[in-house]
Design a protein. Sequence first.
Length: 105
Amino acid sequence: MTREPDDSFMPPQRSLSVWRRLGYWLFGLLVLGAVVLMVLRLAELERFAELARAAQPQWLILAVGLQLLTYICVAWVWHSALTRVGQRRPLGSLVPLGVAKLFTD
């Protein structure tokens, strides 16, 4: 004797709430807006590529070097301050702290 499946254990099907449906629509509109913005900004990306091709690499290397020097100088300030209070740390270990400090400032 076989039994028919009992549907009383199945949870009732609920329709999506109005807020959830509105949320889905808003998310879809945001994604659509992002795609439209990306297409509109494509011309700016092409202009950036032109500028990058025309750039002189020695200036870029100088800029990167000066930026790295900034992080080292901040690390050196931390190194000096910690040395004064008796907490010696290697300068190289303080460079990530300098990066974090400049990033948050």
